[in-house]
Design a protein around this ligand. Structure first.
Ligand SMILES: *Cc1c(COP(=O)(O)O)cnc(C)c1O
Length: 415
């Protein structure tokens, strides 16, 4: 099954260019072992898994193995997994299905800090047919369980709460929320895109009905993901077509992508069993160093449990967009929040929900690490970030009196 196309993933080339990738919650580099595993399915074994002859069976077997590997990582049965095009599709499928089957009425509860791949479909159904409660969070980014339970109504069809927040890394008490939902007879979905591979998950010990995940957030390929559907729970397909995925998701399988997802899941299980030590220690070292060397810096979600790879930091007296620009010039990739598109002035809805009266949302940066980061990269980031913040604070002070944009003014004199 080995393919010698000559293409190998070269991580060193990236570091040689002084390029430091600290935005692993946006996407992650592919593991070279994942590519190796995928290549034969882009070349030799191009059969359709649904075909009856032996050549199709090769692809079918590979999809089956990927399903087993993912089930092992999730602690569930292979039959409970539906492959999709990614986290966004999985989330949409759940919301669609839950409302399709809603027996009484139509009400959905989601947290106010969900990813746009949950928020947007919720806002869409809110316009069409149903009411939605967006549950607020406290200053640490966590939900209050009593407040949550009180929001459940007799007509509530679905609760959707993310396992780990993509901006702050804060972990919701998803197992407890799922228990409450089961007790009340309400379907429970969790967007676990940021939790998978970062914390141990054993779905058979939980009351979770649906779980969404995405391969490119754990060193697999983009455009492929999965939805876990508990065997006692029905799913009405969002994408109707052929009978693929046990008639739960139509369309010819993305065989190479699914194979890559399976391999990435196997690797994630291995690193998880080893405790994800390097990622956590790099994150902790980075965070500690920044807090020590930059005055007026604080950790968003510091008082809540967090995934080991994320550091969301707030800095007094700066604008995140200006810091991002200068860090980019130094070859450091990080982000201001998930929805920060270039030129967008919209501050993070997550940080605003945590502190509605503060301006932390405009002053925050997210650094997210992976097992492909090196201690040398952390050293360099720890050196550059404080310099950039200091530089901006110096330029911002006289400019605020002059009324110019700190971003525009900072550009010519960038360090
Ligand atoms: C990235 C992300 C998604 C979207 O997944 P895609 O596979 O890119 O569609 C959904 N939810 C969270 C929390 C994410 O971080």
């Amino acid at each position: 099954m080995h393919n010698s196309s000559g293409f190998t993933y070269n991580r060193t080339a990236m570091t040689d260019q002084q390029f430091i990738y600290l935005d692993n919650n946006a996407t992650t580099p592919l593991d070279s072992a994942v590519i190796e595993e995928m290549l034969p399915f882009l070349t030799t074994f191009y059969g359709n898994p649904s075909s009856g002859y032996a050549f199709g069976a090769q692809a079918r077997k590979a999809v089956g193995l990927a399903r087993e590997r993912l089930a092992a990582l999730l602690g569930c049965e292979p039959s409970e997994i539906v492959f999709t095009s990614g986290g966004t599709e999985s989330n949409n499928a759940v919301i669609h299905s839950a409302l399709e089957f809603a027996p009484l009425g139509k009400h959905v509860i989601a947290s106010a800090v969900e990813h746009s791949a949950v928020l947007r479909p919720c806002q869409d159904v809110e316009k069409r047919c149903c009411s939605v409660t967006f549950l607020g969070v406290n200053r640490d980014g966590n939900v209050d369980l009593a407040e949550f339970e009180a929001a459940i109504r007799p007509e509530t069809a679905l609760v959707s709460m993310m396992w780990a927040n993509n901006e702050t890394g804060v972990l919701f008490p998803v197992e407890k929320i799922a228990e409450i939902c089961r007790r009340k007879g309400v379907l429970f979905h969790t967007d676990a895109v940021q939790a998978l591979g970062k914390i141990p998950i054993r779905l058979r010990d939980t009351a979770v009905d649906f779980l969404s995940l995405s391969a490119h957030k754990f060193h697999g390929p983009k455009g492929v993901g999965a939805l876990y559907v508990n065997r006692r729970t029905r799913l009405s397909p969002l994408i109707a077509g052929g009978g693929q995925e046990n008639a739960r998701r139509g369309g010819t399988e993305n065989v190479a992508g699914i194979v890559g997802l399976g391999k990435a899941a196997e690797l994630a299980a291995k690193y998880l069993a080893e405790g994800n030590c390097s990622v956590r220690s790099m994150r902790d070292r980075f965070e500690k160093a920044i807090l020590e060397s930059v005055s007026g810096a604080s950790v968003n979600g510091a008082g809540a449990p967090r995934i080991p790879n994320t550091s969301s930091l707030s800095f007094e007296g700066i604008e995140s967009s200006a810091v991002l620009l200068l860090l980019d010039r130094q070859g450091i990739c990080c982000s201001a929040g998930s929805a920060c598109r270039t030129g967008s002035q919209e501050a993070s809805h997550v940080l605003r929900a945590m502190n509605p009266n503060g301006d932390g949302a405009r002053r925050s940066l997210r650094f997210s690490f992976s097992r492909f980061n090196t201690e040398a990269e952390i050293d360099r980031a720890v050196e550059i970030v404080p310099k950039v913040i200091e530089k901006l604070r110096q330029t911002a002070a006289p400019m605020q009196r002059g009324g110019f944009s700190p971003v525009a003014m900072a550009l010519p004199g960038a360090p």
